[in-house]
Design a protein around this ligand. Structure first.
Ligand code: LLP
Length: 428
């Protein structure tokens, strides 16, 4: 059986999540239920921060809010001293609400509308432009004091084609040949302070692509510095640090990542006299992934001559990663952790689509109606990608800490499904 860390415990065959019984959580708050572990979020953040600080003082960790935008999570990370990576006005709104200061928020949207640019300007966040078009439109609206430019370093990586965000086919970032134009335009408009940014993809378990892309971005920064005399206040190497999901996957070694990235960075900035910019990264998954568990109740068992299906109440409306990326999530029977894994099941959700499968051919103990499954590594891109598909209200979220628990997001009601809908006169 897989146990990811010390906050998941087997007490007499029952899963305890930082001291709280998963069975009691499910009984009290109903299922499906996302359970987030505050101490694990803090531990992940501190591990990364500690590893980076061993090599360089001027570091910033921008938590990538898209992984999980629950206010409680944002508040925890603000409290830890994180900065924030936002990609939509909604994420900016939530981050401000959770207490992030606007100057600690970096906005990295793509295909951004003018009214959204205005919203960002009014909010006072730092803008990281993704295209010359966006930059031109921004400068017409407002000349910011600080500006960052996202480059496409041509090297992309990620756990699935859909999450690779650099390279020739990628819609993200400004191509090398347009970078000078971007900084020139900003300089002549009167922008004073600068950053440079890249993000190559998500779920990366090798250090190599990070190093190759970082080297490329550093070279671009150096050219911009030499040609235009721009000094960089910060250099942001993006998110993407992977987390193992499958039993045979190895974690990316964080100390090695920090050491190799910062050795490259420090050598390059020293050799090329690029000053002392802040070294920034933007992890989302690494901070929250293994701090989240999705609890889902078994309602149906269906045995055919070919398959044994476990029918549960969470589908791809609740956790979409298996359906859209074919992602694997560890699954355990939370009320029977000591059972021998002697059956092979497909775990299926309640949606009317054949792709609504959370796991195929999974070895589990014998499962019964009423059992409680825990889907692990569900803290990143779980709730934040959930939907009301099939008109199923979105589920609740609970935070646990030191044997305590608190509801941090109410389960939606049936009424929420019709909220905001109107009937035209002719249908009334
Ligand atoms: N920075 C930028 C600009 C990003 O676009 C992303 C993720 C991150 C940082 C954080 O990446 P992370 O450290 O979490 O890998 N829904 C997909 C992941 C999409 C990631 C999109 N961008 C999944 O569930 O695997």
């Amino acid at each position: 059986m897989v146990f990811l860390h010390k906050f998941l415990e087997n007490r007499g065959g029952i899963l305890y999540i930082d001291g709280v019984s998963a069975v009691e959580l499910a009984d009290r708050f109903d299922t499906p239920l996302y359970v987030l572990i505050e101490n694990r979020i803090r531990e992940n953040f501190r591990e990364l921060k500690g590893a980076l600080l061993k090599h360089y003082d001027k570091i910033r960790i921008y938590y990538s809010a898209k992984a999980n935008t629950s206010l409680a999570v944002l508040k925890i990370l603000n409290n830890e001293g994180a900065y924030l990576d936002a990609v939509s006005p909604g994420e900016v709104f939530l981050a401000l609400k959770a207490g992030f200061k606007p100057e600690r928020i970096l906005f990295t949207g793509t295909n951004v509308r003018d009214d959204e640019i205005k919203f960002l300007v009014d909010s006072g966040v730092i803008i990281n432009v993704d295209s010359l078009s966006q930059l031109r439109r921004l400068l017409k609206i407002h000349i910011p004091e600080v500006l960052s430019v996202r480059v496409n370093p041509e090297i992309g990586a990620g756990h699935h084609e859909h999450v690779i965000t650099a390279g020739r086919n990628s819609k993200f970032g400004i191509w090398e040949t347009d970078i000078f134009e971007a900084y020139k335009m900003a300089l002549s408009a009167g922008v004073k302070r600068f950053g440079i940014h890249m993000h190559i993809g998500s779920g990366i378990l090798d250090i190599e692509p990070f190093l190759l892309a970082a080297e490329k971005m550093l070279k671009i920064a150096d050219q911009v510095h030499k040609k235009l005399n721009v000094t960089f206040e910060f250099m942001d190497f993006g998110g993407g640090i992977g987390v193992p999901y499958k039993p045979n996957e190895k974690p990316l070694n964080i100390d090695e990542f920090a050491s190799k990235m910062l050795t490259l960075f420090k050598r390059f900035i020293a050799e090329n006299r690029l000053g002392e910019p802040f070294f920034c990264i933007e992890p989302g998954r690494f901070i929250v992934c293994d701090a989240g568990v999705l609890l889902t109740r078994v309602n149906t068992l269906k045995i055919t001559p070919f398959k044994k299906f476990i029918g549960v109440d969470a589908g791809f409306n609740t956790l979409i990663r298996p359906a859209i990326y074919g992602s694997y999530h560890p699954i355990i029977v939370a009320n029977n952790l000591n059972g021998l894994e002697k059956e092979t099941y497909d775990v299926a959700g309640p949606l009317c689509e054949s792709g609504d499968i959370l796991a195929r051919d999974r070895r589990l103990p014998e499962v019964y109606e009423g059992d409680l499954l825990a889907i692990l590594n569900a803290g990143a891109y779980g709730f934040s990608m959930s939907s009301q598909y099939n008109s199923r209200p979105r589920c609740a979220e609970v935070l646990v800490k030191d044997s305590r628990c608190a509801l941090i997001r109410e389960r939606e009601s049936l009424e929420d499904l019709s909220r905001g809908q109107r009937l035209p006169d002719w249908l009334k």
